[in-house]
Design a binder for this molecule. Structure first.
Ligand SMILES: C[S@@+](CC[C@H](N)C(=O)[O-])C[C@H]1O[C@@H](n2cnc3c(N)ncnc32)[C@H](O)[C@@H]1O
Length: 312
């Protein structure tokens, strides 16, 4: 099996050749390869995510939790594409540690996993590159591929964390070949979030260094998670005053997994540098302006799940 398309220079589209421990294009742009992963970008605003995925490398993998939480979410988002993955070139953008990478590989996709941060190292530790899977550190806005290259472009949990969601969706769509699919999701507008204390905590915590940020969210979760566990009928009140992401009664996780998911997702929710919200109508408009066909948009998961295809 061969994963196509080949990498090209993200700056000018030039052909890349291996030059020692780097990739080099004819005009001299140089991209280091470290730990077997080509590095086309620096983590930038995504540093906290990198630290998060290295720290919680296995927490949300179905093979670790013994559940089908990630598989079910991916299957729902992909719709009919789920049955078409075997042998298809799939680009997963913002792969994180690989909760969806795992399922995409199981489905037989020829997978390229890309992330802006050190999450690529966690992903590689979980699912080492081989003839079915390759990994690159790259920015969605400057991807190292020619346009219209992939059968499926998949991006869950990411677009709302980029500086300009509409520009990100357009960049993802550029990678889709004629007849291919774009599948992504986005946070929806939630009054519940605005009325909670989370935005206040986030305003402070997002400015901390990766190690301090992990320590701070760790302390918050350890102090407040017991309240969520015992909340019972006052759970809505506890959710209003506590910024902890807790899944008691929502996800079939044992006590240790409940704690680890709370640690991970509270960090995720309070340490992201960019956080955007969109309505269903806004996502519909973006898809329509880009010219996607067969668009299906549902309110699920992170808020809004969307898929559509590029006209042939
Ligand atoms: C909330 S995590 C989701 C990870 C994974 N998709 C999941 O659902 O577990 C968002 C990920 O998007 C990555 N990311 C953010 N902006 C990006 C960009 N411009 N290009 C590539 N990856 C990006 C972050 O580094 C982070 O790993």
């Amino acid at each position: 099996m061969n994963i196509v398309p080949e990498y090209v220079c993200p700056a000018d589209g030039g052909k890349l050749t291996v030059d020692g421990e780097s990739l080099r294009c004819p005009s001299g742009h140089l991209y280091p390869i470290s730990r077997g992963i080509p590095r086309f970008a620096d983590a930038g605003y995504s540093r906290a995510f990198g630290a998060q995925w290295v720290r919680f490398r296995r927490t949300q993998l179905d093979s670790y939790t013994g559940t089908t939480i990630s598989r079910d979410r991916l299957r729902r988002g992909l719709g009919p594409v789920w049955d078409e993955l075997a042998g298809k070139t799939v680009l997963e953008c913002g792969c994180g540690a690989g909760r969806f990478t795992e399922v995409l590989l199981e489905r037989g996709a020829l997978l390229t996993s890309v992330d802006l941060s050190a999450a690529v190292d966690a992903n590689a530790a979980n699912f080492p590159p081989d003839e079915q899977h390759r990994i690159a550190q790259a920015d969605i806005l400057e991807l190292p591929f020619q346009d219209h290259s992939y059968d499926v472009v998949f991006c869950f949990g990411v677009v709302q964390h980029t500086p300009d969601p509409e520009a990100t969706i357009a960049a993802l769509y550029r990678q889709v070949r004629p007849g291919g699919w774009l599948v992504f999701d986005h946070y929806s507008r939630r009054l519940q979030y605005v009325l909670s204390t989370a935005p206040l905590f986030r305003a402070v915590l997002k400015r901390l260094s990766p190690s301090r940020g992990l320590a701070a969210t760790n302390a918050i979760v350890r102090a407040l998670l017991p309240l969520h566990r015992r909340a019972g009928r006052v759970a809505p009140f506890v959710r209003r005053v506590s910024p902890v992401q807790a899944y008691y009664g929502k996800l079939p996780l044992d006590e240790r997994a409940q704690r680890d998911w709370a640690l991970l997702d509270t960090h995720d929710a309070l340490r992201d540098w960019h956080k955007h919200f969109r309505t269903r109508e806004q996502i519909e408009r973006t898809a329509s302006e880009l010219g996607l066909e067969d668009v299906v948009i549902t309110m699920a998961g992170n808020g809004i799940e969307a898929r559509g295809r590029r006209p042939t």
